[in-house]
Design a protein around this ligand. Structure first.
Ligand code: 13P
Length: 251
């Protein structure tokens, strides 16, 4: 049986008090035997979350960033250094979330550079892809995703690709309560795995592909039952310890 990855993307949410409450609940949770639980708090909270995770969770919760700079360090005021992320104990970073693509106009070429910097610092990269509603309705889903992978991932050093995870997040399903059906998600995941192989990228079979977009305890079971879905990238339902625990117990 393939292992599952449940990754909470906390986005720009939480105060320290909310995080403490999350840990009060999650620290008592027994994560499923097959499941890896990860969270990505906003950058300012990383040291706090890492401390709580180390003290209360005994290694069962890994912590990562939501974004990083395309350079390892240097004169980039306001940016997040991938080298510093690794140094404080983060193990992964999310790159190319649709909010960063849409709001901050991040392009595939820049996301490729960010991924390269993060990988070279020893971080795992969760690289996000996904189509808008308009693109889906005009039949462009596969074209858009292929372009995101070919421009964002393919130029990277092949050896480092074992540390890349893909998150398929249809933009129309994010924060809308409108989840892709398990078969819609499975179709795209299967497409991504096939594309990976076709483009000569290594280990298509082992590539971890997460689904994201309105995942919650009520629908995670049927999504995770799909052959090519290896986990979930979860926004809203990852914020509270109760919901996140339910997601990780179920897997
Ligand atoms: P929601 O789970 O709130 O739809 O957010 C998904 C997401 O964007 C995770 O990165």
């Amino acid at each position: 049986m393939r292992e599952k990855y449940i990754v909470g993307n906390w986005k720009m949410n939480h105060k320290q008090e909310d995080i403490s409450k999350f840990f009060e609940v999650f620290s008592k949770t027994t994560v499923g035997k097959n499941c890896h639980a990860w969270v990505a708090p906003q950058a300012i909270h990383l040291p706090f979350v890492l401390e709580l995770s180390n003290k209360k969770c005994n290694g069962k919760l890994l912590v990562g960033g939501q974004n990083c700079c395309y350079e390892k360090s240097g004169a980039y005021t306001g940016e997040i250094s991938p080298e510093a992320l690794k140094d404080i104990g983060a193990t992964f970073v999310i790159i190319g979330h649709s909010e960063r693509r849409a709001i901050y106009k991040e392009q595939n070429s820049e996301l490729c550079k960010k991924s390269s910097a993060a990988l070279s610092c020893g971080l795992q990269v969760i690289f996000c892809v996904g189509e808008t509603l308009e693109e889906r309705e005009s039949g462009k889903t596969e074209k858009v995703i292929a372009q995101q992978i070919i421009e964002g991932i393919k130029p990277l050093d092949k050896k480092s690709l074992q540390n890349i995870i893909i998150a398929y997040e249809p933009v129309w399903a994010i924060g809308t309560g409108k989840t892709a059906t398990p078969s819609q998600a499975e179709d795209v995941h299967k497409f991504i795995r096939t594309l990976w192989e076709k483009e000569g990228l290594p280990n298509a079979h082992d590539l971890i592909i997460l689904y994201g977009g309105s995942v919650k305890p009520a629908n995670i079971g049927e999504l995770m039952a799909q052959k090519n879905i290896d986990g979930a990238l979860v926004g809203g339902a990852s914020l509270k310890g109760e919901d996140f625990s339910a997601l990780t117990i179920a897997n």
